[in-house]
Design a protein around this ligand. Sequence first.
Ligand code: GLN
Length: 490
Amino acid sequence: MKIANKKVTAERLVKDALAKAKHFEDYHIFTFIDEEGALKRAREIDAKIAKGEDVGRLAGVPYALKDNFLSPRGETTASAHILEGFTAPVTATSVKKLEDEGAIMIGRTNLDAFAHGSSTENSYFGPTLNSHDRERVAGGSSGGSAVAVALDIVEFATGTDTGGSIRQPASFNGIYGLKPTYGTISRYGVVAMASSTDCIGFFTKTPEDMDLLMSVASGQDPKDMTTLPDYYNTEAGAKSDNSRLAPSRPSLRGSGAHSAPVVADGLESSDSCTRTIGIIKEFDNESVHPEIRRALKEKCELLKKKGHEIVELEMPALKYGLAAYYILVPAEVASNLSRHDGVRYGFRSDKAVDVDSMYGETRSEGFMPENKRRIMIGNFVLSSGFYDAYFLKAAKARTLIVEEYAKAFSKCDFILTPVSPNPAFKLGEKVDDPVAMYLEDVMSVSLNLAGVPGLAIPAGETPEGISLGLQLVGPRRSDKALLEFAKELE
Ligand code: GLN
């Protein structure tokens, strides 16, 4: 059993999860725990099971919700002071889909405020601790979700990935984290960071669980016009946007997937086939931690042993990735955060004496320093006189990156790269040095700019027991094939 074990009651599962959450309280994983609500849901599900009613594919499975997903259960704070006291009037589409299948949210997890960061240290609630080493960061921004899964508190957790926020904390904690193809899962009801790169995804302990969650959550949503038609649950899901990946097998999904009570059977039943895996030359250099380079080499050896081919790729346009990301994303951040002014949501400063000072004081007290930095950078790069030099140039670089990936996927099926240049760093080590923190994202952000999927997979540990991770990257809409391939590497 990986996910829904029908042999125990939902109430038992939820009680165990709540007890573990309490046990790890000092890790700052949760911003809110809904003991009463979760137990109520569990009892309802148990009653339905007793009556023989249909309870869904995730019945009774406890999960944790990143605190930037809207739901009326508990305040949605995005770990930011400015949203304190805000209870959402709507439920995110992804949350609704999970709950319709019987999953039970036990609490909301900590993040870098508004998902700005790579360590969960930018949270109004304090940093989440790494699951393997309490002196190290959890990664971010979805640090709470990653640690909740890694410490086995819940079976899965939700995350958002705008530039690495699922993959990097997954790799810092030794679990799986998927950033799907842009548009696969509806963004409706999730606090927007940068709308053109924001992706909804999950943390799990296995690729099979990830597959099940993807099949539940994927699909077009009239409330998010950027969602793609549901490719994940159709024959097309096996093909992706890259003809190289046209399946040499029938559908990756077994016919009974929609009624399967535990794990969709598509992954198990498919026969394996030989793949060509690209390694990015530009990401193999002295600035990458030796343990990460070793892990990558070992994985390549394993792939070769299994009969797959490794090819080296030159992807020079990726060198513009980080700079382009830290122009384009703050520009969207500045726009998306303009709605927080003390009028409609959450916190309002009591220092205000008129309307102007209400906006000003609320925003200066309510945002974290990193939020303000991005608002300033964003407004700067969009301002007249600088727009062409920064925003427009970054937009052009983004196009080069999209083309670079397309070119790469004409030579290989998947790409294997580190998620970040270093394993989990020490708490406090980079938090006062924004550039050092941004540099940790150098290998993750280009996927978001290109809209391609990336799956963080565990890749062992350092001699000191710090988790290592790598990411498998595929062409757009190859998410299903990516998970299938990951299963082979388990
Ligand atoms: N670390 C990146 C940033 O701070 C990514 C954040 C994210 O994916 N939400 O922008």
